[in-house]
Ligand binder design. Sequence first.
Ligand SMILES: C[S@@+](CC[C@H](N)C(=O)[O-])C[C@H]1O[C@@H](n2cnc3c(N)ncnc32)[C@H](O)[C@@H]1O
Length: 172
Amino acid sequence: MSGSKSKPTELRRQRRARQHGCWGHLIVAPLWVAYDANLGTLLRTCDAVGACLAVPRTPHYKEALARGDTLRGRRPCIHWVAPSKEHWLDEQRAGGFRLVAVELADGATPLSRLEPARIPTVLLLGHEHNGVPDDVLTGVDECVEIPMVGWGASLNVAVAGSLVAYRLAGLS
Ligand SMILES: C[S@@+](CC[C@H](N)C(=O)[O-])C[C@H]1O[C@@H](n2cnc3c(N)ncnc32)[C@H](O)[C@@H]1O
C-alpha cells in the first residue's frame, strides 16, 4: 500500500454514505440458528455483503437479534418468516428464489466451486447442534459444504454462513 492513509471511520464514510434497504437478491436465512452471538454475527455479514436476513417472527428471534446486534440500529433489511418456515420457503420458491443450504452432506458443492448467485437466492443455515432438517435438505436446489482438514466436526455456523454469503455475493 502507498499514499496517505485514511482512518477507518473516514473510509467507512466514503464507502457507505447511507444505510441500504432491501437488496432482495440474496437472503441469508438462519432459520434454525439459536444463539444471539451467531445471529448478531450473521447480521453484520449481511450488512457487509449487501444481503437481507430472514428469521422466524418469534419473540426468541426478536430478542436474540436485539441482543446480538452490534450495528447500533443501522441494521440491514430483515424479513420476518411467518406463519411457518415451510410456508415461507414455499413462498420464496414460488417467487423465483433458489434455495441453497450450507451443510455437510453427500453430493454437496465444495465452497471453492460455488458460483456467485445469478438469480435471487435464499441461503439456509442449520441449528448449532442439529443442523438443517433432513426434509428441508432434500428439497433444496443446491447444498454447499466447506471442506475441513482438522479434527473439528464442523465450523461455527456464523463462520460457515459468512464464507458462503461472501461467495454468493461475488465478493470472494
Ligand atoms: C455446528 S453445525 C451443526 C453440526 C451438527 N452436529 C450436524 O451434524 O449437522 C451448524 C451449522 O453450521 C453450518 N456448517 C458448519 N460447518 C460446515 C461445513 N464445514 N460445511 C457446511 N456447513 C457447515 C451448517 O449450516 C450447520 O447446520
